[in-house]
Write a protein that binds this ligand. Structure first.
Ligand code: GDG
Length: 486
């Protein structure tokens, strides 16, 4: 057997950027997989020549490596049992709730943990096989926390970075995990660990100090002998391809589609929008409660004010997600039953995903965007909405508990647990003086243009290159600049 092709730059993520879809006639197609990670990393891969190691989204044998859109894709197989125990179990029913402040309770199962270890080892081995000597490896997210140390053991020559797309919890919550020590040691195999917010990085360093006996000085963690390595853990907030979204929003087809959407909704005076994966972290129930009370109080009324909620299907085999869907759909049904006049609908609820162009058109069409998570690593939807407001109109209602709130302080910030406060903030975003809205939106757009997804990846890769020291100020590696930046 010939040895696989090797690459200087390898991204390792639970999912490939495309999913394998088998049609009823048995033919296979590849479709862009959903979610924030893919949206962000696709933009990075388009400007670098590398490989992407990940699962193809279907249980069973993995297809052979192949090239798609100039990215070399290396599928990792997962059996149906591994999908259940590693992905749906440990990732989505143990880590996800603990890292999101236990909004729903976490389940601890020892069999899930051993599958998580086994699958992480498989990812590490697949990566070691395609990494050129001294290659840069960028491991993504909470599904692969053991990969850094496993990979270092296999290939000490590699430069290894890891980025956490979700929050890192307070030490008191992280400490609940029976496998906390293993997870910390897995992560500490990296040279650089990136987090969405400074608080997430600080939470990690505190956990490492308290639970793994690591010495911490500033952002640098010193591992004890015999290793003696030093690792840096710092914030590198992710962003969106703001230039591409801006161009898309200015295009004639998206402008026309936005007008069509508004027209099909009866040309409301105020179109309110929510776009989320159907996940309990996103605060959809709290949002509906607040909106329902505004409807009941007559402070908003269809068809003048219309609410569209897109809830993209997600993790439908995990019980907490099935329960959430029932609750959300029950609530929307009740609110529409109580408040929709004949011929119009108070809340348009859509449980389907949409093409990217349609998403841009929806963002463009919306007067008020509701982003009200109870906890969210960043929330790219908030930044996408801002990037699409090319006429500087629109108003963003944004939860304080998102990573995005750190940069987007000019949004209409809210605490989604405070239903009364949330109602007032929504009303303020609807009724505020257009000049004030424009002032806020201009400031938001500046923030999103300044830190776009290319800045994010460049910052991460420079931090990785120089770790454990921070990169020297003004250090710009031309190799890492995108075409547009040159
Ligand atoms: C995780 C973290 C962090 C949604 N519906 C459709 C669609 N989307 C796209 C959005 C956006 C992405 O999916 C969702 O990203 P978010 O950031 O809002 O949320 P998560 O999926 O939870 O992402 C999060 C992110 O990773 C990145 O680090 O920000 O905190 O939880 O891009 O536009 N895209 C299309 N059709 C849809 O129906 N095409």
């Amino acid at each position: 057997m010939s040895s696989p092709e090797q690459f200087e730059f390898v991204v390792v993520a639970n999912r490939l950027p495309v999913d394998r879809v088998v049609d009823p006639d048995g033919t296979t197609q590849w479709r862009t997989s959903p979610g924030g990670l893919v949206t962000a990393m696709e933009a990075v891969m388009r400007v670098s020549d590398g490989a992407w190691v990940g699962w193809a989204g279907q249980p069973g044998d993995a297809p052979a490596p192949f090239d798609e859109d100039e990215i070399h894709l290396v599928p990792v197989p997962l059996s149906a049992e591994e999908v259940r125990d590693y992905y749906e179990g440990f990732c989505n029913d143990t880590i996800w709730p603990i890292y999101h402040d236990v909004i729903v309770s976490a389940t601890f199962r020892r069999t899930w943990w051993s599958t998580y270890e086994r699958v992480n080892r498989r990812f590490a081995e697949a990566t070691a096989a395609v990494a050129a000597p001294g290659a840069t490896i960028w491991v993504q997210d909470y599904q692969l926390q053991l990969v850094p140390a496993m990979l270092r053991e296999l290939r000490p020559d590699l430069r290894i970075g890891w980025f956490n797309h979700i929050p890192f919890p307070a030490v008191e919550l992280f400490a609940q995990l029976p496998w906390r020590g293993h997870i910390l040691r897995g992560l500490l195999g990296a040279d650089f660990l990136g987090f969405q917010r400074a608080d997430d990085a600080a939470n990690f360093r505190r956990s490492a100090a308290r639970l793994a006996g690591v010495e911490v000085e500033g952002e640098v963690l010193s591992l004890g002998e015999p290793d003696g390595r030093r690792v840096r853990a710092a914030a590198v907030p992710i962003s969106v391809d703001s230039r591409q979204l801006d161009q898309m929003a200015r295009s004639e087809s998206v402008q026309r589609r936005a007008a069509e959407i508004r027209h099909s909704l009866g040309d409301p005076e105020c179109l309110i929008l929510g776009v989320d994966r159907l996940d309990y972290t996103k605060g959809i129930r709290h949002r509906l409660k607040a909106y329902g009370e505004l409807l009941a109080g007559g402070e908003v009324a269809p068809p003048r004010t219309t609410f569209v909620q897109i809830a993209t299907p997600s993790r439908e085999r995990v019980e907490a997600y099935r329960n959430l869907r029932e609750q959300v759909e029950g609530k929307v049904g009740r609110l529409n039953g109580d408040h929709s006049p004949i011929g119009t609908t108070a809340i348009h609820y859509i449980h389907r995903s949409h093409p990217r162009q349609d998403m841009a058109a929806l963002f463009l069409a919306a007067d008020v965007m509701l982003v009200t998570p109870l906890r969210d690593g960043m929330n790219l939807v908030a930044k996408e909405y801002v990037a699409c407001q090319v006429d500087e109109g629109g108003a963003l209602v944004l939860s304080e508990f998102t990573g995005a709130a750190e940069e987007l302080g000019d949004a209409y910030l809210c605490n989604p647990h405070d239903i009364e406060g949330l109602k007032q903030t929504i009303l303020q975003a609807i009724t505020d003086d257009p000049e004030e809205k424009r002032r806020r939106m201009r400031a938001l757009r500046e923030a999103v243009v300044e830190n776009d997804v290319h800045t994010w990846s460049r910052t991460f890769l420079q931090a990785l290159e120089h770790a454990p020291e921070p990169p020297p100020a003004g250090d710009e590696d031309p190799e890492l600049l995108s075409e547009d930046d040159r």
